[in-house]
Write a protein that binds this ligand. Structure first.
Ligand code: OGA
Ligand code: MN
Length: 293
């Protein structure tokens, strides 16, 4: 039986993982070990993984059903044949570097805002796994913020203030922030917002966390402006540098994170250079086998 080896990458969370071959079907014990590590570290980095798309899908499926995010709505021409692989790249359907003003790059810029994948839908995302294939010559790191550490560091006054408050998360909020408002009523209707408590307890670790992110656009029952400013303060707190792990990509890295306990964002790079990653994400549903024991 293979056992997981972990090397912490940050004082609070994130670890490099080794010792389990993620290209082979996982045993129940391996799934449990990885879940236990996810509960503790929230971000796991596997270096040097030459995964095929199918191997990445099979790895993801060991943890729960796959989530397609906004693909369900946008139905754009896709480069990758398997719809369960999310193409996190600046490459268009013909295989060329996408135009600066393309919808593909709009999604990439939306990914540069602090977010939790699919927090705008219910069920939201549990784990995401991002695999690097082609990297630009500079920039393009991905940053992760620990929402449990952010909660622990809140002043007592704020903790009691957020208890019981809920925020509305809306998919198009980020896109509208980025100047893209050309959505039809049908598209808008196809994407109803989701509502999540600001203070949550992570099911796998029992830790309290501050669930914010750029999709959160309103606090339920509050005037919009007041809620939006409070959310913006909370997001600023949650993403203080001491809560952030910066991942510097190498080709072949697979980084997996828990969207229920972390936020992430991509960092700027020259969008004239190719950057190609592939994501798989699993839904946070009761059938997901995210328990450690
Ligand atoms: C994602 C994402 C950021 C990046 O794949 O979900 O937000 O650095 N990616 O590409
Ligand atoms: Mn993302």
């Amino acid at each position: 039986m293979s056992s997981l080896e972990l090397t912490p990458l940050h004082p609070l969370f994130a670890a490099e993982a080794r010792g389990i071959d993620i290209r082979q079907p996982l045993s129940p014990s391996e799934v449990k070990q990885i879940n236990a590590a996810m509960n503790r570290y929230a971000v796991l980095v596997w270096r040097g993984q030459p995964l095929t798309g199918q191997q990445q899908i099979d790895f993801a499926k060991s943890f729960g059903p796959l989530d397609l995010g906004l693909k369900k709505v946008f139905k754009r021409p896709e480069r990758l044949e398997d719809e369960r692989l999310i193409d996190i790249s600046n490459v268009d359907a013909e295989g060329k570097v996408a135009r600066r003003d393309s919808p593909k790059n709009l999604s990439n810029f939306a990914n540069q805002l602090w977010h939790s994948d699919s927090s705008f839908q219910n069920p939201r995302a549990a784990y995401s796994m991002l695999h690097a294939l082609v990297l630009p010559s500079w920039g393009g790191n991905t940053e992760f913020a620990d929402l449990r550490a952010a909660y622990d560091a809140l002043p007592e006054r704020t903790r009691s203030e957020i208890e019981g408050l809920r925020a509305e998360h809306y998919a198009l909020h980020t896109r509208i922030l980025l100047g893209d408002e050309a959505y039809t009523d049908d598209q808008k209707k196809a994407i109803p917002p989701a509502v999540w408590p600001l203070a949550q307890t992570h099911p796998g670790s029992g830790r309290k966390l501050l669930f914010v992110g750029v999709h959160a656009r309103e606090i339920i029952g509050w005037p919009v402006a007041e809620g939006r400013m409070f959310l913006s303060d909370l997001l600023e707190h949650a993403t203080r540098r001491e809560f952030v792990y910066t991942h510097e990509w190498q080709v072949g890295d697979l980084v997996m994170w828990d969207n229920r306990s972390t936020l992430h964002r991509g960092r700027r790079y020259d969008i004239g250079e190719r950057r190609e990653l592939r994501r798989t994400t699993i839904e946070d549903v009761p059938e997901a086998t995210l328990m450690a024991a």
